[in-house]
Write a protein of this length. Structure first.
Lengths: 414, 351
């Protein structure tokens, strides 16, 4: 009995000796500044656009995002910065969305915060990205990130020459679009991020199946923004995934400045020409609402959009006869649709000839920059350059205001 | 078969009443629409006078008149086609599209709108504009015609009419499956364009298109009239009709041809229009209390035309600028009316 107790005591003593010791406190003299050689985390001067925080260097008190984005024009997304992660919130990620969506962009090499789903957590800076809309390409291009592009939904309608070349050289994987997206190829490609959009009908969208397969997907809702500058500001959304806020801020500031300058120029006109857009299909003419994206451009360009009083942000399905009655004597007809020449317009429906704008040849279309495969650059690079579109429109409606500007996205139908 | 005319006097009175209703519906369709035009202005325009607003004359002649004529012809065409199909297959639920004609037309249109065609988009667009406003109708007609051709080919070899019905259904399923496949792989924006076509509309037919549409529709109706006697014979069954000296195969061929032309041309120019083909023949049967096609065919045509005109007026939602999808209006407003007609008659019979 006694021997067992003794052995027990010895064992316990041994265990106590082996217990983890607290580090001996080194007493620094208050005046001495310790010179250490062990790596200590230093707050970065710029966002880490390439690479992660090294192993063991993470310091929770450091702000890893000294360059932040501030959002002035768009109301649909916001970015909240924390020391090592950013929370990007999209209020309405797709039409009819019941709730907002949040993405947690965690600086790679640092721990992710708690309280978020795995699918929301995305490590930044993203190294490889797949885009499912050509409208994201101009932003990637101006931020110098095209080398990180590894896949597209489809290259047919792309206008960006660099991307087209990459596709030709086989550097990009095509995943298809909508619910028919090739999930297996996507898994094999394993991109850091797939950026796509929600159409409002989840059955036809790509993102539900991709998320279910475990891939990181970010929804981009720039197409829903009804303000031209707001839409261009989504460049900062894309930049956030690459920690390139500084560049995005500078680029956007310049575009906004030019846009406001042009807008002020057009605001000073005394006579505003009347204008209408679109064309009829099967007897129904979808007319952009007064608060829509298209209407915003027309208003800023100093034109009198015939449906400016309407408050809808989408389009109105109107009867051809209703549009005819209202727009018969309008000065300009823009954004006409799939027509190459004035003759084509007439072939589609002889009734277009009764519009004054048609009779005067004041018919303009936004397809001047179309690739041979049919990709209209208006839906690609113009998203990132509303100031150029505005200049084009002002040139059309008030040619004397911008005598030196040459049309980029628009052309007159002949 | 020499069944006596069902009460000649009553029938003539009904025809006159139907014509009056049709005329009223036609005038209603010209008067009501998105643009508010006072009725006396409409009358002034129609009688060649000068309206207060010049654009109103254009609205009447260039928009409402072709639309009204289209609605009239399509309503008559689909009702006649539906009646023929119901008799041929002895199936009260048969509609003009039972042989897959509408599915064939949908396939033609889907290939144009959703398919990437022969390569580049600009080629597809250029091709689209070659025929202009007839291009979609052409695509739909080719699709419908292909299915029709297949069905007719088979009908010459098949003895049993029920087999033909099943084959028609199968063709329909096959083409619908291909259309669904095209939708599955398409961009959402294009799918939206396609579903716009699929919701049906009388307003897309211009005078230019009318030059093709009207003669074809009238031809189909004419063939239908010629087929009245064979249709009556077929009411008693294939064998009995054969014993009366009817060449059943030839009659079937022409009946299918007539119904398919009518259904095909309607779908080609206006998109698939449901409901009229099934419902109107039943209303005619119930109201006239006869199965004789000498009465039923003209009555169905007139009723169908009126119904289509009224449905179109509702779809144009007069007073507001918006346009409702036609098929939706047909079902929403048509179903209660049909139910009322049929159930009411049932009560009378039992009393």
């Amino acid at each position: 009995m006694l021997r067992k107790t003794l052995i027990l005591i010895v064992l316990i003593a041994l265990l106590a000796a082996c217990a983890p010791q607290t580090t001996p406190e080194v007493d620094f003299a208050p005046t001495e500044i310790p010179a250490t050689e062990a790596p200590v985390a230093v707050a970065p001067e710029h966002n880490l656009t390439d690479g992660c925080v090294a192993e063991g260097e993470y310091d929770a008190s450091i702000d890893y995002f000294p360059e932040k984005a501030t959002l002035a024009q768009t109301e649909n997304f916001s970015i909240e910065y924390f020391n090592n992660y950013k929370v990007v919130t999209i209020a309405t990620p797709y039409p009819g969305a019941a709730e907002s969506v949040e993405y947690v962009l965690v600086q790679c090499g640092t721990p992710a915060p708690d309280g978020f789903l795995d699918e929301q957590i995305i490590e930044v800076p993203v190294q490889t990205i797949v885009t499912m809309s050509t409208s994201y390409l101009p932003f990637l291009d101006e931020l110098g990130l095209l080398d990180r592009l590894v896949g597209l939904d489809d290259a047919t309608y792309v206008s960006n020459t660099t991307v087209l070349k990459m596709a030709e050289e086989g550097k990009l994987t095509m995943l298809g679009y909508g619910s028919g997206v090739n999930v297996e190829k996507a898994l094999e490609l394993a991109p850091d991020l797939i950026m796509t959009y929600g159409s409002g009908a989840p059955d036809y969208d790509a993102h539900p199946v991709l998320i279910e397969a475990g891939l990181k997907v970010a929804l981009n809702a720039e197409w829903m923004d009804t303000s031209p500058l707001g839409r261009a500001e989504w460049g900062k959304f894309i930049a956030a995934f690459f920690n390139k806020e500084a560049d995005a801020e500078a680029l956007f500031a310049e575009k906004a400045r030019k846009y406001e300058e042009l807008k002020a120029l057009a605001a000073g006109v005394t006579e505003k020409p009347t204008v209408f857009t679109g064309s009829a299909y099967q007897g129904t003419w979808n007319v952009p609402g007064g608060n829509s994206f298209a209407a915003a451009f027309l208003k800023d360009a100093g034109a009198d959009y015939l449906w400016a009083d309407d408050t809808s942000t989408g389009s109105l399905p109107l009867a051809f006869e209703a549009v005819f009655e209202k727009a018969k004597d309008a000065d300009y007809w823009v954004n006409v649709g799939f027509f190459f020449t004035l003759a084509d317009v007439l072939t589609a429906d002889a009734r277009y000839a009764d519009f004054a704008a048609y009779k005067n040849g004041n018919v303009w279309n936004n397809d001047a920059k179309t690739s041979p495969a049919g990709g209209n650059d208006y839906y690609e690079s113009a998203v990132a350059h509303p100031e150029i579109v505005l200049a084009d429109l002002i040139k059309i409606f008030h040619p004397d205001l911008l005598p030196d500007h040459e049309l980029v996205y628009y052309r007159q139908l002949k | 078969m020499s069944s006596p005319f069902p009460k000649l006097g009553l029938r003539a009175w009904i025809v006159v009443l139907l014509l009056v209703i049709l005329a009223a519906a036609f005038i209603l369709s010209l008067t009501l629409g998105s643009v508010r035009i006072p009725p006396e202005q409409v009358w002034r325009i129609l009688t060649g006078g000068e309206p207060d607003k010049a654009s109103w004359a254009d609205v009447i002649f260039k928009f409402r008149l072709p639309k009204a004529i289209t609605a009239l012809l399509v309503g008559a065409a689909l009702s006649a086609a539906g009646l023929q199909m119901q008799t041929l297959f002895r199936n009260p639920l048969a509609d003009p599209f039972i042989l897959g004609v509408s599915s064939g037309a949908s396939l033609g249109v889907a290939l144009v709108i959703l398919g990437t065609g022969a390569g580049s988009a600009s080629a597809f667009i250029a091709g689209l504009n070659t025929f202009g406003d007839l291009s979609l109708a052409l695509a739909a007609s080719l699709g419908a015609g292909t299915v029709l051709g297949a069905v007719l080919l088979v009908s010459r070899r098949v003895q049993n009419t029920v087999t033909l019905l099943i084959l028609g259904l199968m063709f329909g399923y096959l083409t619908n499956a291909v259309v669904s496949l095209l939708i599955y792989f398409s961009q959402p924006e294009r799918v939206q364009v396609f579903s716009l076509w699929a919701s049906g509309s009388f307003g897309g037919v211009t005078w230019n298109q009318m030059r093709v549409f009207a003669p074809v529709a009238v031809a189909g109706l004419f063939i239908g009239f010629v087929m009245i006697k064979p249709l009556n014979a077929l009411l008693l069954g294939d064998d009995y009709a054969r014993s009366l000296g009817l060449n059943v195969r030839r009659a079937r061929f022409w009946i299918i041809l007539s119904a398919s032309i009518l259904a095909g041309v309607s779908t080609a120019f206006c998109g698939p229009i449901w409901f009229i083909g099934v419902a109107v023949p039943h209303v005619a049967r119930t109201l006239l209390n006869t199965a004789d096609h000498r009465a039923l065919l003209p009555a169905s045509m007139l009723m169908g035309a009126s119904f289509a005109l009224v449905a179109d007026v509702i779809a144009q939602s007069p007073g507001s600028q918006y346009v409702l999808p036609l098929n939706v209006v047909m079902s929403l407003f048509g179903v209660p009316v049909i139910l009322w007609v049929i159930l009411r008659q049932r009560q009378l019979r039992f009393s």
